[in-house]
Design a protein around this ligand. Structure first.
Ligand code: PEP
Ligand code: MN
Length: 445
């Protein structure tokens, strides 16, 4: 690595850092980091550049971003079946959104690396016993015992390996014919034939006609049978992300090769902090989650740090305001960014501002509240004359019962049926499609 890049890559070490595991053995961490540095990149600079170009289109309203996946992936569930179902659900959503928006949809998974979680408390107490909080499979084990909860740096190697095998599967599925538009459309017909989703039949029939028209007109289905699918995760664990950052041999620029897109969470977005410092040095497109306490000055400072030259597609603001706050807070923030003038992509995360606890004690969210935030996101952008660039949701391809509501009504009682998430509640397969159909109606309007 060139000396100036090595220096740039170390500047985060002088900044305040939060949300890092308290590893008991510094030498073991150094060994893991040395090992990771020698391993091949998981994604490639050319792919990352291509994504940045597409995100530039989204910033102008010429493409729409769809990001979906678990709150926290786990090693045990990074199986072929689970990954396939998740990819399938995202592709199903994407076809509906493509039709609704008449724009290319940029497909991104919170996948192949979403193994680390920020926590509001370092410690967790159950029945009088206090142990370190679960910080994701990249850090420690969920089981509530002393040994399981101790952070183990070797889990970073497992994170790398799981990310690599997951990406391999993603590449196979999205290149090998499995993503064929006609096939994905057939899956959606199965969804709308269920009486619970009857109200979407008309839109599904329109999509059907469009697909048949394209086939009759001799559209190149070879080109449509493979799709670009990008990986993303929260860049949380500094040693991992720094070890995965490499110099591109073509351009000499630094790329974080752990994923195509990295975001900084609401809890670690301090403009002077280590997370922002590290991502300010890499060429990947990056996102920052912003909640209702965000000030206009914060956004200006983040743009100064993360996109000083105003490169389109480089910076995404992922708003997670909550349905009750977005209407008050978002207009001022949009206005501040517009006055600044440098381009951003605005993406709506309608999940993280709308978390509540059910009467039966489960951490949950309401489908209707999620949709209410989505609607207001579009309304505010319409009123401001700015571009609603995409959506970022926690979802899965399985029939879990974690979020209340949707046409196939899940209520407090039913949450217990199949509540599997270890951190935040996810839309299940049907709720994800329902969201896509409602969003498509909104985009068409
Ligand atoms: C998340 O995306 O799972 C998350 C922790 O989000 P936020 O940083 O917005 O709270
Ligand atoms: Mn989450």
């Amino acid at each position: 690595m060139r000396p100036e890049n090595a220096h740039a890559l170390s500047t985060w070490r002088d900044c305040p850092v939060s949300q890092q595991p308290a590893y008991p053995d510094a030498e073991a961490v150094a060994d893991v980091v040395a090992d990771l540095r020698d391993r091949p990149p998981l994604v490639f600079a050319g792919e990352v550049d291509q994504l940045r170009t597409k995100l530039a289109e989204a910033s102008r309203g010429d493409a729409f971003v769809l990001t979906g996946g678990d709150c926290a992936e786990t090693f045990a569930e990074s199986t072929a079946v689970r990954l396939r179902l998740k990819i399938q659900a995202i592709l199903q959503m994407a076809i509906v959104l493509t039709y609704g928006s008449s724009m290319p949809v940029i497909k991104m998974g919170r996948m192949a690396g979403q193994y680390a979680k920020p926590r509001s408390s370092d410690m967790e107490t159950i029945d009088g016993v206090t142990l370190p909080s679960y910080r994701g499979d990249a850090v420690n084990e969920f089981t509530f015992t002393n040994t399981a909860r101790e952070p183990d740096p070797r889990r970073l190697i497992e994170m790398y390996t799981r990310s690599g095998t997951s990406l391999n599967l993603i590449r196979a599925f999205t290149r090998g014919g499995y993503a064929d538009l006609r096939l994905v459309h057939q899956w959606n017909k199965g969804f709308t034939s269920n009486p619970a989703y009857k109200r979407y039949e008309e839109l599904a029939a329109e999509i059907d006609r469009a697909v048949r028209f394209m086939a009759a007109a001799g559209a190149q289905f070879d080109a449509m049978s493979s799709v670009d699918f990008y990986s993303s995760h929260e860049a949380l664990l500094m040693e991992y992300e720094a070890a995965m950052t490499r110099e591109d041999s073509r351009t000499g620029c630094l790329y974080d090769t752990s994923a195509h897109f990295l975001w900084i969470g609401e809890r670690t977005r301090d403009p002077e902090g280590a997370h922002v410092a590290l991502l300010s040095q890499v060429a990947n497109p990056v996102g920052v989650k912003i909640g209702p306490s965000t000030r206009e000055d914060d956004l200006k400072a983040l743009i100064d740090r993360l996109n000083p030259d105003g490169i389109a597609g480089r910076l995404t603001f992922i708003t997670r305001m909550g349905a009750d706050r977005i209407g008050d807070v978002l207009p001022g923030l949009i206005d501040a960014v517009r006055r600044d003038g440098r381009p951003v992509v605005w993406v709506c995360d309608p999940m993280h501002g709308n978390t509540t606890t059910s009467a039966t004690g489960y951490k949950t969210r309401d489908f209707a509240t999620i949709m209410r935030e989505v609607h207001q996101f579009f309304d505010v952008h319409a009123a401001e004359g700015t571009v609603p660039g995409g959506i970022h949701v926690e979802m899965t391809g399985d029939d879990v019962t974690e979020v209340r509501g949707g046409a196939d009504t899940i209520d407090d009682e039913r949450l217990a049926e199949r509540y599997e998430t270890r951190v935040d509640p996810r839309l299940n397969h049907q709720q994800s499609l329902e969201l896509a159909f409602q969003l498509a109606e909104l985009l068409q309007a």
